[in-house]
Write a protein that binds this ligand. Sequence first.
Ligand SMILES: Cc1ncc(C[n+]2csc(CCOP(=O)(O)OP(=O)(O)O)c2C)c(N)n1
Ligand SMILES: [Mg+2]
Length: 374
Amino acid sequence: MPLKKIADFKIERLEVLDQEGRADEALVPAVPKEKLIETYRIMVLCRVFDEKAFKLQRQGRLGTYPQILGQEATQVVPAMCLEKKDWILPTYRGQGSYFARGMPLVNSLLYWGGDDRGVKFPEGQNDLLFAIPVGSHLTQAAGFALAAKLRKDPSVTLCYLGDGSSSKGDFHEALNFCGVYKLAAVYLVENNQWAISVPRQFQTASQTIAQKAIGYNVAGIQVDGNDVLALFKAVGDAVARGRRGEGTTVIEAETYRLGDHTTADDASRYRSKEDVEAWKQKDPLKRFKLYLLAKKFLDEDADIRFHKEAEREVEKAIEEYESYPEPNPLDIFNNTYAQNPWHVEEQKRELEAILKTKKERQGPIVTQSEGRFP
Ligand SMILES: Cc1ncc(C[n+]2csc(CCOP(=O)(O)OP(=O)(O)O)c2C)c(N)n1
Ligand SMILES: [Mg+2]
């Protein structure tokens, strides 16, 4: 006797733009023209910033830096789908999401230059600092979404994670919690095919990452992560669903990390040029530009202007970063506890004494310009 079927599951993949930037009109989301152009402008800014930050690191002017090259769409578009009061928890590969939220470029340079004054976010919006430990922010995102629910606050929590992060227990604990309490959260998995040198197929045996949503009775969908319009549709729908009280969505956005894991890595040691070249053909900027040109929302002159403006903006941020007033080493004790425990106070006094003696003997201890990153 055949067994009784008690449930049926399917996972869908959303694609709107093809590689030449032609859209499937039936699927195009209703996003105002101005917003599309602004999205493109920020994506261009990300690309210019990213390239420059890489070079600064190579010149010893910036610390270790994780490029977002190739992931501009998965970075920028989800953040563009939020209201200011929504919560956003990016990963360390998160410059694009921060820039989409209006974070000044200099802050990112300060952060990756090892200066914690870079983590001062724009006032009046709910941007959180990413965690460098992989996945530790996933359960925190569920906590933010639960807090919003308890306060009857309509804000939605957007949490970014990588394919590697989805193998961690935190992901499953967070989704279990979100499913049970029907929380207004969106987990945006940037599946860039690599967790440092570990490829996607060694990350999970499941056919998609999106299908992991099924186990927790939350919505799940896979999208082409290099397709701006597909992302606007999937994330826009997920945010609206959360806002309506209909729970959490997992979005697996398939993309590719075109650069190294960070400036401390050399990806040519573990992956082929052919693979990288094939993904370059799916460049999210190129495809979106072709769409905007065809729609006459953009012309070549405006594109050149966006690039020039981005270069000027980045240069200005670098000047500001490199002439930033010296940090006070004692700040390390000021921003962790509301009230320092006794042993931290003791360390603070110790550093105060060291700084005083050094200052008397040698003048300033830290200089911005001289060999910060040998
Ligand atoms: C808890 C923890 N384990 C290991 C690491 C080292 N680590 C840094 S990034 C990374 C890979 C993460 O891959 P993924 O989630 O796919 O994000 P991606 O870097 O590709 O954006 C690892 C293992 C870490 N930072 N934290
Ligand atoms: Mg990854």
